[in-house]
Design a protein around this ligand. Sequence first.
Ligand SMILES: Cc1cc2nc3c(=O)[nH]c(=O)nc-3n(C[C@H](O)[C@H](O)[C@H](O)COP(=O)(O)OP(=O)(O)OC[C@H]3O[C@@H](n4cnc5c(N)ncnc54)[C@H](O)[C@@H]3O)c2cc1C
Ligand code: SF4
Length: 441
Amino acid sequence: MGEYKRPVTEEDFEKNFKLKKPLMNATEVYYESSRCLYCYDAPCIQACPTGIDIPLFIKQLQTKNTEGAAKTIYDSNWLGNACGTVCPTGVLCEGACVYNHQDVPPLQIGRLQNYATTQVISKEKQLYTPGDDNGKKIAIIGAGPAGIACACELRVLGYQVTVYEAKEKPSGLTVYGIAPYKITNEEVLEEINYLQNQLGFVVKYNSPITKKEQLELLERSYDAIFLGVGLGKTSVLGLPGEDKKNVIGAVEFIEELRMKHHLLKVPNKVIVIGGGNTAMDAASEAARMGADEVILAYRRSKEEKGAYTFEYDLALSAGVKGMFNIAPVEITGEESATGVKFSKTHVVNGKLEEIEESEFVISCDLVIKATGQAKQKSFFDLIPDLEIDAKSRIIVKEDTNQTSNPKYFAGGDAINGGAEVVNGAYDGKLAAKGIHQWLTK
Ligand SMILES: Cc1cc2nc3c(=O)[nH]c(=O)nc-3n(C[C@H](O)[C@H](O)[C@H](O)COP(=O)(O)OP(=O)(O)OC[C@H]3O[C@@H](n4cnc5c(N)ncnc54)[C@H](O)[C@@H]3O)c2cc1C
Ligand code: SF4
């Protein structure tokens, strides 16, 4: 039996996916903020990709200026609330806190950040107004963190902004991908509503831009275009049997889980293939959905896995079993998958090799492939003169995020190949400034 009971109601689901970083209360905030040493060189600011003035917002919280603290956060990062909960703070701001050198727990920056932002969101405090209309119009493709951050910054600069989003909800992978024990759908959407109510950018949902003619129309109708399209579906592995029923990509599995909650039925025995953060999330989530056994299978060693250690530990604590140095060679079964055939692996002269005659089969009812997301190359090919690199990431100028086609700017996973929400938030803001600089030159 797994650690978790199968959720049959929304209440059960919430119990199994209880938030890892619950909201602090005012007393906790007072105590935690009083621990800040206000370091002269503030390594936490350097470690935050959006460069939030952390000591300043903590001082503002300490003096009960919660609105000021939220403004300090949003001035640097339009997804301030989402980032407070979903950022891997242990390797970013909190990882840089000087307390780590003294064997003292670092300041809980993410949770303090969340306190400030949820206060203004719940009270609908108006912190921003759109800039005076400058008569120029910008189209944004993709309402993920990068697109939303770009939209907010452009509105402050006085641009009219229309965001074209393929799906029916904003926020990209923050709502469709990130584990529900990090952030709830409601929390994500409340922040977007809060920003939209103040800044008035338009989002056209269920509006994928997929054809050359659509792009040409946007080029004629708008002064610049921002590409915040992220990545595509889970990559194909090229394994025999991959097209069987009960074989699903991790991103697609997680999206279904985030949308259906307890209504999603996860079978008893699950194999997750992969060693990155998405594999850890998918395994952890399958276990929390009440699967009896969840095996995480990675072809390299435990030390070589791409996932953060805290994400692996989280999966283990949910009852997931890690198996290393095993590579999938075939998905077995007739119409539906009944197992995965693996080969043991070892490293010879620095190269990973399968060990001859070491094959074995592990039976299962569901295979989740967490082997990375495909890039949006076929979409990028529709845009004239758009340069991409060998890994199909859009190439941009570092200081403006302008692409090789001057009318197009880009940011987020589409340029970094898959990072964090905070990187998308940074890119969107930078690109908006880049657009402004280009159009006012
Ligand atoms: C399983 C998983 C877990 C993750 N967990 C974390 C985490 O815990 N913490 C963290 O910080 N980050 C996490 N990430 C990464 C984070 O979600 C991404 O880095 C971030 O969302 C990237 O933002 P983006 O705006 O570039 O792209 P996305 O979030 O992918 O948004 C792109 C948007 O563009 C839309 N779109 C795409 N193509 C088109 C088109 N042609 N026309 C119109 N719309 C289009 C999509 O529907 C989507 O809404 C996770 C990612 C995954 C896959
Ligand atoms: S945005 Fe993320 S990295 Fe930056 S201070 Fe907030 S929690 Fe830390």
